[in-house]
Ligand binder design. Structure first.
Ligand SMILES: Nc1nc2c(c(=O)[nH]1)N[C@H]1C(S)=C(S)[C@@H](COP(=O)(O)OP(=O)(O)OC[C@H]3O[C@@H](n4cnc5c(=O)[nH]c(N)nc54)[C@H](O)[C@@H]3O)O[C@H]1N2
Ligand SMILES: Nc1nc2c(c(=O)[nH]1)N[C@H]1C(S)=C(S)[C@@H](COP(=O)(O)OP(=O)(O)OC[C@H]3O[C@@H](n4cnc5c(=O)[nH]c(N)nc54)[C@H](O)[C@@H]3O)O[C@H]1N2
Ligand code: SF4
Ligand SMILES: [Mo]
Length: 738
């Protein structure tokens, strides 16, 4: 008998509801859940491939141990014993920092990664923590932390109610949105225009999303910060700034005009490629719109001045009165939100070789290779990767591959032997996504509407394989010196009891003063991630506070398979601010100190080609190219160039070209298209499936070009340490015609 169940798609930030029909233990059909409270049936081509991912013959189900050049399938006990045997002596001899850890993007898309990685990192006690955040959104964390007090106090565009959306460096038609969780971005964009609103997109490529906008402006890559500084200046000079009620809760507003004096519509025109009168008009439109929001994402953040751009985005929203108001840039209110009290701090330690400061307890992944390769007692000798493919997704992938191969020991938690995990000594595969339960702990903290939706596992885990949280917990036990056969149930119990005890003693907690034993008793029917989730829901802003009031708990979500809608966002300032003085810092010192670097670039004239990245709706970073149904159709990894550049350089559509940067050289197929800004070329990331040691049969037939071989590990956004992935100077030369 076929059975139907519902779950939230874990593949990207949009959190679409899926309706999954299982027949005889196999997925018969996946389609959008029309009754999902948030997505209402929307789905993209990736969402329906969870069954294919589950059945992918290349997906590992047993641990793999590498001995010399061969891979041996091992039992779980053997694999964990091997890890204990090889990791422990390295830490004993060389200290905690000799073990590094890299956390990839799927960690934030699952309960194991969001709940069980932190204890592992703590048990390792290493300062060498890296993640995909520093090839992504670290500028947003840093600017939000410094302005509002917490790295997750990130404003999201209220796209369902705004009158004016100015979107920079984002392509939600392909990506389905980022740091702004909303299923069906395209539909929500259409709705803005249908209700008489306006959308302006600023991007060096006329993207799929630009087709949904009223206006598209080309911008020279890497210059968003300068352009936003000019927008802010023009609004301030025109006397139309209206910060409104937040002025009383903001420090530094009066300093803005002076700090940004070098930037105006005229002074940034040459650098950005945007005419002065256009910049003045956009500034006037922003200031005049009943409600408006500036929203920037990857193209704006993963660039040379990402933190300045992220800060100026929020400054523009602040001075137009659009911060924290309906239709503007608002703060999410997740059902699992925990109190944000301690002011954000960064730079508590620095990387060993380049002395780059930490942020959020992490070092920039751009320094990972040098931290492995540079001799010294305290270099990284062993590495753990969890759900990451840094050998394709981070800078100077060639250098990183050399570094990975030189490690004394490497462990990867990953379902595939890919370009990264093939360097590991032990691969520990998690169950498939359908074999795990899910609740989107990370992205509903960045959602344009408040929802809560729990997904039980669709398929059972067979053959006694551990769940991903159990894999992480066993590594934690090894790191904590408790041994590979430690009692995991006991460890999990201790973790939960510790949390309950701390909160019960906390005057501001919703369980303040309660008996921890009574709380643990009320949680006793659950284990693992479900117990923590139930706890977070019940102690959260909508929770039942363990019987103290009416409210949410996990049982309520289990009874609501299409989710529970908790309503639109509401203003949250000043209450949410956690800066030391309880005010917004409009001019954080650690950010404005980077302005001189930008001023020095003013007046620079565009010359030479700059390379940027892009995404495609049928791709997901580097790891879904082994799904055959997504790989049909035209080659998606071409180098896009404008016809004037093609003619000048001698490139032809379908021909091959060499692309050379300071970091490396790659060959790519050329596609000539006037959707590119002249002087700018585009390659997608996540390709380069040409490593013979990887075991990805489908992907190997579509290798594509590895963009990150061209990204220079030396180029970072100074305040955040984020890699510069967009605006890479390159030389392009023809290899073959046609
Ligand atoms: N040049 C350039 N580089 C970029 C970008 C760009 O725009 N341009 N984008 C950057 C961005 S935004 C990001 S987020 C990073 C992503 O960088 P990474 O996170 O390093 O890379 P992914 O390609 O997402 O690889 C995810 C890995 O996790 C595995 N995996 C998938 N699901 C699970 C799971 O549930 N559990 C476990 N344990 N493993 C799983 C996959 O097999 C794969 O090995 O790439 C960045 N790199
Ligand atoms: N289909 C699909 N969806 C995804 C992913 C995926 O790989 N595939 N990855 C997921 C992840 S991890 C993330 S972080 C999000 C990212 O989601 P988005 O932030 O929407 O990222 P992109 O789609 O890469 O769009 C970035 C845009 O920035 C433009 N750009 C490049 N340089 C500049 C610049 O200097 N200035 C300006 N203004 N624009 C510039 C590019 O042309 C591109 O259109 O997507 C997520 N969703
Ligand atoms: S848009 Fe994202 S969440 Fe929605 S179905 Fe596609 S991959 Fe899944
Ligand atoms: Mo990302």
């Amino acid at each position: 008998m076929p059975s139907t169940s519902y779950r939230t798609c874990p593949l990207c930030e949009a959190t679409c509801g899926l309706e999954i029909t299982v027949d005889d233990g196999r997925v018969a059909r996946i389609r959008g859940d029309r009754e999902d409270v948030f997505s209402k049936g929307f789905i993209c081509p990736k969402g329906s491939t969870l069954g294919e991912l589950h059945e992918d013959p290349d997906r590992l189900s047993q641990p793999q141990i590498r001995r010399g050049g061969t891979w041996i399938t091992a039992t779980w006990d053997e694999a964990f014993a091997e890890i204990e045997r090889r990791l422990t002596p390295i830490r004993t001899a060389h200290g905690a920092n000799s073990v590094g850890i890299y956390l990839g993007n799927p960690n934030v898309h699952g309960m194991a990664g969001t709940l069980y990685v932190r204890p592992l990192v703590k048990a390792l006690g290493t300062r060498n923590v890296f993640s995909a955040s520093t090839v992504d959104q670290m500028p947003k964390h840093v600017s939000s932390g410094l302005m509002f007090g917490h790295p997750l106090t990130i404003p999201v565009p209220d796209i369902d109610r705004t009158d004016y959306l100015l979107m920079m460096g984002a392509n939600p038609k392909a990506s389905n949105g980022s740091l702004a969780t909303a299923p069906d971005w395209p539909g929500r964009m259409k709705a803005i225009r249908e209700r008489g609103g306006r959308i302006v997109i600023v991007d060096p490529r006329r993207t799929e999303s630009a087709d949904l906008a009223d206006e598209h402006l080309f911008i020279r890559p890497g210059t968003d910060a300068a352009w936003l500084a000019a927008i802010v200046t023009e609004i301030l000079r025109s006397g139309t700034a209206q910060p409104g009620r937040l002025a009383a809760h903001t420090r530094g507003l009066d300093e803005l005009a002076g700090l940004l004096a070098d930037f105006d519509a005229g002074s940034v025109a040459a650098m950005t490629g945007i005419a002065a009168e256009t910049t003045r008009r956009i500034a006037a439109e922003l200031a005049a719109a009943p409600t408006a929001v500036v929203y920037g994402r990857l193209g704006t953040h993963a660039a040379a001045f990402g933190t300045l751009a992220s800060w100026l985005t929020d400054v523009a929203n602040l001075i137009t009165g659009n911060l924290d108001r309906t239709g503007g840039a608002m703060f999410a209110h997740a059902a699992t939100e925990t109190p944000r009290r301690k002011p954000f701090r960064m730079g508590r330690w620095t990387s060993r070789v380049r002395h780059h400061p930490e942020a959020l307890g992490e070092l920039p992944v751009a320094v990972l290779a040098e931290e492995i390769l540079t001799p010294g007692d305290d270099r990284i000798r062993a590495l753990i990767t969890v759900a990451g493919n840094p050998a394709r997704s981070t800078p100077d992938s060639g250098g990183l591959a050399t570094a990975l191969e030189s490690l004394d020991f490497m462990v990867s938690i990953d379902p595939y032997r890919n370009e990264t995990t093939r360097h590991a000594d032990v691969i520990l595969p998690p169950p498939s996504h359908l074999e795990r339960s899910h609740y989107d702990l990370a992205f509903w903290q960045l959602s344009v509407r408040t929802v809560a939706n729990y997904s039980p596992a669709t398929l059972p885990i067979t053959d006694g394989r551990p769940d991903e949280w159990q894999i992480l917990l066993r590594l934690t036990a090894i790191a904590a010196g408790l041994g590979a056969d430690a009692d995991l149930a006991m460890l999990d119990e201790i973790g939960m009891a510790g949390q309950v005890g701390r909160d019960a003693a906390d005057a501001e907690s919703t369980i303040s003063g309660r008996d921890p034993g009574e709380i643990m008793q009320m949680l006793s029917s659950r284990r693992g991630p479900e117990r923590i989730l139930d706890y977070l829901l019940r102690t959260g802003p909508y929770g039942d506070a363990f019987g103290a009031r009416e409210g949410l708990n996990l049982s309520a979500l289990e009874a609501a398979p299409h989710g529970i809608d908790l309503g639109p966002l509401e203003p949250r300032l000043p209450g949410l601010l956690s800066t030391a003085d309880g005010r917004i810092d409009a001019t954080p010192a650690a950010i404005v100190s980077d302005l001189p670097r930008l001023v020095a670039r003013l007046g620079e004239r565009a010359d030479g080609m700059l390379l940027i990245g892009r995404r495609h709706v049928r791709s997901n970073n580097s790891w879904m190219h082994n799904v055959a149904s997504l790989m049909k159709g035209r080659d998606r990894s071409a180098l896009l160039v404008h016809s004037t550049d093609a003619a000048r350089i001698g490139l032809v559509d379908g021909g091959r070209a060499l692309v050379t940067s300071s970091a490396g050289v790659v060959e790519a197929t050329v596609a000539v298209t006037d959707e590119m800004m002249p002087g700018v070329a585009s390659l997608p990331h996540g390709w380069g499936h040409d490593d013979p040691q990887a075991a990805l049969a489908v992907a190997a037939r579509h290798p594509g070009t590895n963009l990150n071989a061209l990204v220079d590990a030396g180029a970072i956004d100074v305040p955040s340490g984020n890699a510069v992935l967009n605006g890479i100077p390159v030389a392009i030369t023809p290899v073959t015609a046609g």
